[in-house]
Design a protein around this ligand. Structure first.
Ligand code: AMP
Length: 397
């Protein structure tokens, strides 16, 4: 894998630096409800500002329909970012043209300016060369710190990297290094947990991981489809009947690649999909017709823990059960704690990511104790699927 350039080698003093960040944060009534993404870009902003450059932030927000609309304006984010940064953040009403150019001309070295939503121009998502050229006019250097948008080849995430000297920001760098350490050149044995609702949404991920990891632990609703593919009765469980052949071919691919595939041996079943529903533990051969599997059982957890102890590297995406409903979060919590303990002991490098996984691990109280948790969602999953991310590829030297 070709290396990418980091801020270590960037000459920034006195330069206009266009920094692509992720400010697509959840908001309610004009207030940010989760500032994780804001906090993650602060080191890069501070470093570039500290080197005496003009920090010009490019970002998208929401899904505007190719023109400006108040609902998707980044304006409220300038104040929110300023509060976290502890320094003023100016705002310009457009990300190209005279409005942007004069705001940049008025900046002092080391100051920070946020430009309006790049998606207010159709050229952003089309990666239109004319729009890329308009953006490129505004800067001398391009820094991409938005790993979470790197699976999209848009003007501000990909196109610009070909027009200006391009570098990875610190968050982008950390994310690429953590994921590479887990999948490109990991310490073996490598174990992967793939849980969550459906096989159909994680087919490519399973297909890639089965070739790359030594141990594949399948959990969540998708395990039901694998159990059904092995001829087990799964009652009313979430199960994709049209995926049984696919599940069988993944099991075969695992055998061919010498990958140990682990499925639940016992499960927690209930008759209703709700918190605190009456439930019982049964082994996978004894699920009744009116029952549904909502979590992995205690014997399965012991097996998962044993496999974690064998592993040196762990990649985790997806919960073991319907973790939003207690007590069906038990297997996810127990396995997460085990992974965190092994990580604390220096025996395991643990990497987790993808939407629900982050909330499941935070709910288990171990988010901070994993080696690395990616909040990148789609980009993280595409990397696990073995796909090249355009925003990352464009930074390779
Ligand atoms: P995903 O977005 O694919 O990672 O799936 C996460 C979702 O899978 C969560 O909302 C869980 O509640 C759900 N889930 C996990 N296990 C089960 C199960 N056995 N039955 C139904 N839903 C499940």
């Amino acid at each position: 894998m070709a290396a990418f350039k980091t801020l270590d080698s960037a000459d920034l003093a006195g330069k206009r630096v266009l920094v692509r960040v992720d400010l697509n944060v959840p908001m309610e009534n004009g207030r940010v409800t989760d500032a994780t993404r804001i906090d993650s870009i602060l080191p890069t902003i501070r470093e570039i500002s500290g080197k005496g450059a003009k920090v010009i932030l490019l970002a998208h927000f929401g899904r505007p329909k190719g023109g400006p609309d108040k609902e998707n304006s980044l304006q409220p984010l300038a104040a929110a970012l300023s509060a976290h940064l502890g320094a003023p953040v100016a705002f310009a009403d457009d990300c190209i043209g005279d409005v942007a150019a004069s705001a940049i001309a008025a900046m002092k070295a080391g100051s920070v300016l946020l430009l309006e939503n790049t998606r207010f121009h159709k050229g952003e998502e089309k990666n239109d060369p004319a729009f890329v050229a308009e953006l490129a006019k505004l800067g001398d250097v391009y820094v991409n710190d938005a790993f979470s948008a790197a699976h999209r080849a848009h003007a501000s995430t990909e196109g610009l990297a070909h027009k200006l000297p391009a570098y990875a920001g610190r968050t982008m760098q950390q994310e690429i290094e953590a994921i590479s350490a887990a999948l490109e050149s990991p310490k073996h044995p490598v174990a992967a947990v793939v849980g969550g609702a459906k096989v159909s949404t994680k087919l490519e991920l399973l297909g890639n991981l089965v070739k790359k990891v030594d141990i594949l632990i399948i959990g969540g609703g998708m395990a039901n489809t694998f159990l059904a593919a092995q001829g087990k009765h799964v009652g009313k469980s979430l199960c994709e009947k049209d995926m049984l052949d696919t599940a069988r071919s993944i099991l075969e691919a695992g055998k061919a690649a010498n990958c140990t595939i682990c499925l639940p041996v016992d499960v927690v079943v209930a008759k209703e999909f709700k918190a605190h529903a009456a439930n019982r533990v049964v082994d996978v051969d004894h699920v009744a017709d009116d029952e549904m599997i909502l979590d992995a059982g205690p014997k399965s957890v012991v097996e998962v823990e044993r496999l974690f102890e064998k592993a040196k590297t762990l990649v985790w995406n997806g919960p073991f059960g319907a973790f939003e409903l207690q007590p069906f979060d038990a297997a996810t919590n127990a396995a997460a704690r085990k992974a965190a303990d092994l990580t604390d002991a220096g025996a395991l490098m643990s990497l987790a990511g993808g939407g629900d996984t982050v909330s499941a691990l935070n709910q288990a109280g171990v988010g901070e104790r994993f080696s690395y948790i990616s909040t990148a969602g789609g980009a993280f999953l595409e990397w696990l699927e073995g796909k090249a991310l355009p925003g990352v590829e464009a930074l390779r030297a």
